[in-house]
Design a protein around this ligand. Structure first.
Ligand code: KG4
Ligand code: ZN
Length: 330
């Protein structure tokens, strides 16, 4: 049997510069650097992010090759996130990848960022036989329930009507002076707090979809009113976000699913992972989780997604970048 090609994955869609190396279904190694530049502005400034990607890519690639003990000419194919994401950031990653692809004379394939998040699931466990899987994607830019057959583009079953879950967590973290992005810091503070200190209603109990803006406003009002400890507000808000995500997932899991998965940056959240295990057990389906290091944006998931596409004989070219790239589009 021929060995699968060594695939380099390139992720620059937002504020993490990620590179990964995969061979077939195996992720060999990945490295990611964040952009502390955005802490001062408490949000991603697109042109600052694009410039930071440009600076980070070459040294990160050299480090990745050295740590894996391979050379640049060992790379046999490249996958790069072509969207959705910030236009300037996508452009930096794509031109870097296309330049390298031309120099090495290897194919460069376009990867959909949300599909790459789904492939992060198979970095630590073999891809299961049983599909379709219901996946809850919760990140800084997206919150949706996806139906996935493991092969083709997933279909979107429900999405947020306003903020993404990660965005709401980041905004409340900012309120509590926890830095940006603040999801992980909020989780750490919440671990010391009382999740029952503040009662938040669960949004959209009787409807499908997600909505976080009401919860976020309620948290801000409660904070401004005073008299509540930051750690208690953090714990209560995180519990409300988890309850809402799990309420929608539980309802959707009433369908004929063969598994439940959690992906995206918010999938790094401990209490969410624990709650998801309960929801999957209740529905009688296996739970698939990405390793913690692969929940937030990284190049490993892009390498895995590109390797899967190449193995299926699919070579979507990087002809245009898609800052908005609906899942339904080719
Ligand atoms: O997937 P991702 O890295 O980027 C996007 O595609 O948006 O997700 C980033 C989001 C941020 O909002 C960040 O605060 C959140 O994921 N996040 C977390 C945790 N780690 C990252 N949220 C809750 N708990 C965490 N441990
Ligand atoms: Zn992402």
């Amino acid at each position: 049997m021929l060995t699968a090609p060594l695939v380099l994955g390139v992720e620059t869609s937002c504020d993490d510069t990620g590179l990964g190396l995969a061979r077939g279904r195996s992720l060999l190694r990945h490295l990611v650097v964040g952009q502390p530049q955005h802490a001062a502005t408490e949000g991603v400034v697109p042109q600052v992010a694009a410039a930071a990607h440009l600076e980070a890519l070459d040294p990160l690639f050299d480090r990745l090759l050295a740590e894996e003990g391979v050379t640049r000419s060992d790379v046999e194919a490249i996958g790069v996130t072509a969207g959705p994401g910030l236009a300037g950031c996508l452009a930096v990653g794509a031109s870097w990848a296309l330049g390298l692809g031309a120099a090495l004379d290897v194919p460069v394939v376009a990867v959909h960022h949300l599909e790459a998040h789904l492939h992060s699931l198979w970095a630590a466990e073999p891809q299961p036989e049983d599909f379709p899987v219901l996946a809850l994607l919760a990140s800084g830019g997206h919150t949706a329930l996806l139906g996935w057959d493991g092969k083709s583009r997933p279909s979107e079953l429900a999405r947020t009507r306003d903020d993404a879950a990660g965005e709401a967590l980041d905004k409340v973290a900012r309120l509590l002076d926890l830095g940006f992005p603040g999801g992980a810091a909020l989780e750490a503070l919440a671990a010391e707090g009382d999740s029952k200190a503040v009662r938040f209603p669960v949004p959209l109990r009787d409807a499908a979809g997600f909505s976080f803006s009401g919860l976020k406003t309620a948290a801000r009002r409660r904070h401004e009113a005073g008299g509540v400890e930051a750690r208690d507000l953090a714990a209560s808000f995180q519990a409300a976000v988890v309850a809402h995500l799990m309420d929608q997932a539980r309802k959707a899991l009433a369908g004929p699913w063969a598994g439940f998965a959690l992906v995206g940056g918010v999938a790094a959240n401990g209490p969410l992972r624990v709650a998801a295990a309960g929801v999957a057990a209740e529905a009688g389906v296996p739970l698939h989780l990405p390793p913690l290091a692969l929940a937030t944006d990284n190049g490993g998931m892009v390498a895995l997604a590109a390797a899967a596409a190449l193995a299926a004989g699919d070579r979507p070219p990087v002809t245009d970048l898609r800052p908005r790239w609906p899942l339904e589009a080719a």
